[in-house]
Ligand binder design. Structure first.
Ligand SMILES: *[C@@H]1O[C@H](CO)[C@@H](O)[C@H](O)[C@H]1NC(C)=O
Ligand SMILES: *[C@@H]1O[C@H](CO)[C@@H](O)[C@H](O)[C@H]1NC(C)=O
Ligand SMILES: *[C@@H]1O[C@H](CO)[C@@H](O)[C@H](O)[C@H]1NC(C)=O
Ligand SMILES: *[C@@H]1O[C@H](CO)[C@@H](O)[C@H](O)[C@H]1NC(C)=O
Length: 381
């Protein structure tokens, strides 16, 4: 499965020019700056065979990364003989060494990163979606501020959501000390409160290496797919900054949410396009190899698609790792496609009479009942 023979060949092209052990990418200025343009593009491949989550035989339902060493498969790597001749290193130490050699030996257009992608813990909007059912949530309750008891505009974590983060924090604490999991070198988060809070509760207070502090950056485009529901509207920058004072914001992050509309939703095509944009940004400008991303179920699904990873759904508080190979390719011919970015979503003006799972909700009017189709996908956000 692991092509040992590749090593001999690839190491010839290793230049080491400006490259440091533990980093990824030897891309030059041109490769970094033209990838969003028409001249070149980044092609992503998920290298499977390392994590249970990249195997289509693994059932994502009920899978718990905290009970499975983040899903890292127990196996030997071609570099074990050199790195660990006495067999005393952990699986993670040997995997880290192997990944670092992939970066050392690859050509100048290639790089490898390991992404730890975590979904936020349960938020009030998740609790409400379960309580009302997905169609009624999509068609009526979701677009509201809340229901008088709970608020779900830019939803906060519930008690259960906070407990999921505490569990994640214990997992990292144990794994850093015992399994020697590589601490992330960079941390990114969605600007939505549920994800930023999850990142903080997961990584705050850990014993991290001095050169790998928990210093998260908020990136707008790691937010959830933008539906017309209020849980997808983010708070203003001042509010986020006051709540999480040590978080940094990417350059150009606006005070107000300029993307959420409240009357129509982002198409999945548009979401994939901006997902490619944010991943290209990280792969072009961040030479770190071990990257943490705290985001959302729909957004992580979109990441997985762009990364050519198999689908793997995450329940709240769950996470998925992936070994990614990124190649900077010259574009043969520039592709110009027009996509539809926004689309109307079904709603009712009062609580629906009933909701039919997988079909939609039956709106009530004074005179008649209308069948509005709700997006049957469950637990986005
Ligand atoms: C890009 O990566 C995908 C997934 O690994 C692969 O199938 C495809 O051939 C690659 N495209 C090019 C142009 O190399
Ligand atoms: C509001 O929704 C929550 C579920 O998120 C539920 O527990 C609560 O009872 C609802 N409040 C009202 C007034 O219906
Ligand atoms: C930011 O949002 C908060 C909470 O919604 C609000 O109280 C505050 O006035 C807003 N600040 C600015 C600068 O708009
Ligand atoms: C995480 O939350 C704690 C407690 O509210 C706060 O002191 C800390 O600054 C936060 N961390 C970051 C990175 O903002």
């Amino acid at each position: 499965m692991l092509a040992t023979s590749l090593f001999g060949i690839l190491s010839l092209s290793s230049t080491g020019l400006g490259w440091e052990w533990g980093k990824s990418g030897k891309w030059d200025h041109r490769q970094r700056t033209t990838c969003h343009g028409t001249e070149s593009t980044i092609n992503y491949t998920t290298i499977s065979g390392f994590f249970q989550q990249d195997d289509s035989a693994t059932n994502s339902k009920g899978f718990d990364y905290t009970a499975t060493n983040y899903g890292l498969i127990d196996q030997s790597y071609p570099t074990d003989n050199k790195f660990d001749p006495n067999g005393v290193k952990t699986q993670w130490e040997r995997f880290a060494y192997y990944v670092n050699t992939l970066n050392r030996d690859c050509d100048q257009s290639t790089q490898y990163k390991v992404l730890f992608m975590a979904r936020h813990g349960e938020g009030y909007h998740n609790a409400a979606e379960s309580y009302y059912g997905t169609p009624a949530w999509n068609c009526y309750w979701g677009p509201l501020e809340g229901n008088g008891t709970s608020v779900w505009r830019d939803a906060q974590l519930t008690e259960a959501g906070i407990a999921q983060c505490t569990k994640a924090n214990s997992f990292w604490s144990h794994s850093l000390a015992t399994e020697k999991i590589p601490a992330p070198q960079s941390y990114y988060s969605s600007p939505l409160i549920r994800s930023a809070t999850t990142a903080n509760l997961t990584f705050n207070g850990l014993k991290l290496p001095a050169d790998r502090p928990f210093a998260p950056t908020i990136k707008e485009l790691f937010r959830e797919g933008i539906s017309m529901r209020t849980c997808d509207e983010r708070s203003n920058k001042t509010y986020i900054q006051n709540l999480l004072p040590a978080f940094k914001f990417e350059e150009g992050f606006t005070e107000e949410d300029e993307l959420w509309k409240g009357y129509e939703g982002e198409t999945s095509e548009a979401q994939r396009k901006r997902t490619k944009f944010v991943l290209d940004d990280i792969f072009s400008n961040d030479d770190n190899t071990w990257i943490s991303i705290t985001s959302h179920s729909g957004q992580i699904s979109s990441n997985l698609k762009v990364l050519n990873h198999i689908a793997f759904s995450l329940s709240t508080g769950q996470a998925i790792p992936a070994l990614i190979k990124a190649v900077n390719l010259r574009k043969v011919k520039p592709v110009t496609t027009t996509i539809q970015s926004w689309t109307a979503e079904a709603t009712c003006i009062s609580p629906p009479i009933t909701s039919i799972s997988g079909q939609g909700c039956v709106c009530s009017t004074t005179t008649s009942a209308l069948l509005a189709t709700a997006t049957p996908t469950t637990s986005l956000a």
